[in-house]
Write a protein that binds this ligand. Structure first.
Ligand SMILES: Nc1ncnc2c1ncn2[C@@H]1O[C@H](COP(=O)(O)OP(=O)(O)O)[C@@H](O)[C@H]1O
Ligand SMILES: [Mg+2]
Length: 238
């Protein structure tokens, strides 16, 4: 479903070239839960931008669902982002004065889903993300951090994307709340077969995935099944 072959990304600033990704290759199958782990500056966000069709590589090939994404125009990339990718960010990126329901509905508006079809999709996404129904009419700035991240996860799910890309999704949460959010990803992967790519600099966070791709200095250091997976058993309300 995802195939990266020899991905290179070079930034040029004031005539100086910096190679940030130096030939990265891997593939990810439908239904996998993979962590991409590496220290700050190793190229994780650069790779996430390429996987998320926010940017294209300098060279190399990226195929998503058999489409070659590495050579698309900006409009075509926007189309892939709207239809195939759900993003979850460290800083939640919600509209703070809009309600939970409105935040989760917006991707459907952009994808031009008919008004009468939206509500059941929004409810399904919020239930999958584990956000209690009595919060749905709250404005997002009235929620706790963990609840906000669940809204962001619901927003990422609502278009039924091929992959969910989460960049440091627990970075702004305390450890206990982060653990609950990681449990939500595990449940989405286990019970709904969502493909999840979790980007993190913390080994502890990566331990929640089934496979860990370790990157350093723009190269893959190792790519292994995680034999010490930390499973979050409960799915408590936040
Ligand atoms: N637009 C850019 N121009 C030049 N260098 C960049 C640019 N974006 C990122 N970099 C550099 O690329 C390296 C990797 O950055 P990044 O992908 O954000 O790493 P990570 O997410 O792992 O911390 C860093 O050294 C960063 O300074
Ligand atoms: Mg980063």
């Amino acid at each position: 479903m995802i195939e990266c072959k020899d991905i290179v990304k070079i930034y040029t600033n004031g005539g100086v070239e910096t190679a940030v990704l130096k030939g990265v290759s891997f593939s990810i199958k439908k239904g996998e839960f993979v962590a991409i782990m590496g220290p700050s500056g190793s190229g994780k966000s650069t790779l996430m931008h390429i996987l998320g069709a926010l940017d294209t590589p300098t060279s190399g090939e990226y195929k998503l669902d058999n489409h070659d994404v590495s050579s698309l125009s900006d409009n075509e990339l926007a189309d892939i982002r709207r239809n195939k990718i759900g993003f979850v960010f460290q800083s939640f990126n919600l509209l703070s004065r809009a309600t939970v329901l409105r935040n989760v509905t917006l991707p459907l508006v952009y994808a031009e889903v008919g008004a009468d079809k939206r509500r059941p999709l929004v409810e399904k996404a919020l239930r999958s993300a584990g956000l209690d129904e009595d919060r749905w009419s709250h404005k997002s700035n009235q929620l706790s951090g963990g609840q906000m991240q669940r809204v962001a996860i619901a927003r990422a799910l609502v278009n039924n994307p091929s992959i969910i890309l989460a960049d440091e999704p627990t970075g702004n949460l305390d450890t206990a709340t982060g653990e609950i959010v990681l449990g939500t990803f595990q449940q989405l992967n286990r019970d709904h077969q969502h493909t999840i790519i979790l980007i993190t600099h913390e080994p502890y966070v990566a331990q929640h995935a089934d496979r860990i791709i370790h990157i350093q200095d723009g190269k893959i250091l190792s790519d292994k099944k995680n034999d010490q997976k930390r499973i979050v058993h409960s799915h408590p309300e936040l």
